[in-house]
Design a protein. Structure first.
Length: 434
């Protein structure tokens, strides 16, 4: 199984990666420059001290009596080099073209007064020795053990803290840059001129405020355009009622015949279609109704009793005990359309009310009719769409009943979904916020 690393897909991860890589590279270059400058400075200081101290120490040993030199060695020895009163350890001569800088400094300090030889000493810790002879013929060996430039113990801690600070700052910067875009994407996803319009906050940086203002203007233009279209539909549907009424009056004075009966049926269907068109146009603006607090259980009981008084097979189960803040006329029109739809195609309807796990209220209208094909479930909520089976215009349907219910559900802040029941029939569910 191979691990594939690709360019991240989300904008937040892309910006985070770019910021983090650039900041880490800049921090690394800055640290490298500071470390190199410190290394050069420390090396220059160490070599200068080595040159001065070796020259002074050898001069002291040269002037001391031979029997007193051993007692002075602890005073003259240093951490990286020491003095031996012998010829040192065997080793191979250092090449003159590749001598350590410490050897070059010792040669510059002592080379004019003493004959120096340098040997590379093998072993666990590789080092070299400088051999010379004092004025009285005694051998002296300078045993040099080079060490790396020391690094402060707190430096790794500082590096980790700096990287953590870079991560925090990168996260804050990306969050600040992405938040307006996320808010705009959410507003676009929930954009619905038929529901309560949600305007974006136009405060913030200039670019963010400009984008929010442009979105708010676009949302208002869409709402105005939709309102104008619905007003045209309502006006046409309303104006058609007058000539239809005149035509029905003329048909009443016609002699009884098959043509008169057909004309009367056609006019009745046209009148029903016009009324439904006006109702659909008004349902788009269902949010204009004033909200009221209602006892949902009493509201549903009243609705079911009205149907039962008309000898319709409508029943109700479940109690919500909820006081709902909604638009009662719009909610009643939704349930009436769904119940009428169930009665028309199944002969009976059953209402179920319950609370959902996510804190919403569910009202289901169940029937035992033929149901709707799964592929057509989303389409039947569109205006003027009729399923080409028993649910056609011949049964009195106009294709607007479910569309009106769906529009009104959105207008009161809810949602309408359709699904086929496993035991057969249709389930129309209205979800409302509590």
């Amino acid at each position: 199984m191979s691990l594939r690393l690709g360019w991240p897909r989300t904008l937040a991860s892309q910006l985070s990666l770019i910021f983090l890589i650039s900041l880490v590279c800049a921090h690394g270059l800055s640290f490298s420059a500071q470390f190199y400058e410190r290394y050069i400075s420390a090396r220059t200081t160490m070599l200068g001290n080595l040159e001065n101290e070796v020259a002074t120490s050898v001069a002291i040993l040269d002037r001391l009596p031979a029997d007193e030199r051993a007692s002075w060695l602890p005073r003259l020895n240093r951490q990286n080099y020491r003095y031996l009163l012998n010829t040192g350890e065997p080793g191979r001569p250092l090449p003159s073209d590749d001598m350590p800088m410490a050897a070059t400094s010792i040669a510059e300090a002592l080379g004019e007064r003493y004959a120096l030889t340098f040997r590379d000493i093998p072993g666990a810790q590789k080092h070299f020795q400088a051999h010379l002879t004092l004025a009285d013929g005694s051998p002296i060996t300078v045993d040099v053990r080079p060490a790396a430039v020391p690094v402060a113990y707190w430096l790794p801690v500082v590096l980790v803290l700096q990287l953590a600070l870079l991560l925090i700052c990168t996260g804050l910067a990306v969050r600040l840059a992405i938040r307006p875009l996320t808010r705009l994407a959410h507003a676009v996803e929930t954009l619905d001129p038929n529901a309560h319009p949600t305007t974006l906050d136009e405060r913030g940086p200039t670019e963010v405020a400009h984008a929010a203002a442009a979105f708010n203007r676009m949302q208002q233009r869409i709402a105005d355009y939709l309102k104008e279209r619905m007003q045209i539909l309502a006006a046409i549907s309303h104006d058609l009622q007058t000539p239809i009424t005149r035509m029905k009056l003329r048909a009443e004075f016609m002699e009884d015949s098959t043509d008169r009966e057909k004309l009367w049926n056609d006019l009745g269907e046209m009148e029903h279609l016009v009324r439904e068109g006006v109702a659909y146009a008004r349902s788009v603006h269902g949010a204009s109704e004033t909200s009221q607090r209602i006892d949902l259980d009493a509201f549903l009981d009243s609705l079911v009793f009205d149907y039962q008084d008309m000898h319709k097979q409508v029943s109700l189960s479940g109690k919500s005990a909820a006081i709902l803040d909604t638009r009662p006329h719009a909610l009643r029109r939704i349930l009436v359309n769904l119940v009428d739809n169930a009665l028309k195609f199944a002969g009976s309807a059953h209402l179920e009310v319950a609370a959902t796990p996510n804190g919403e209220l569910s009202i289901k209208v169940l029937d035992s009719g033929p149901g709707i094909a799964e592929a057509e479930l989303p389409q039947v909520l569109q205006p003027f769409y009729r399923v080409e089976s028993s649910r056609n215009r011949g049964t009195g349907g106009t294709g607007l009943g479910l569309a009106i219910a769906q529009q009104l559900a959105v207008a009161i802040g809810g949602a309408l979904t359709l699904s086929n029941r496993p035991e057969g029939g249709l389930c129309a569910q209205v979800r409302l916020p509590l």
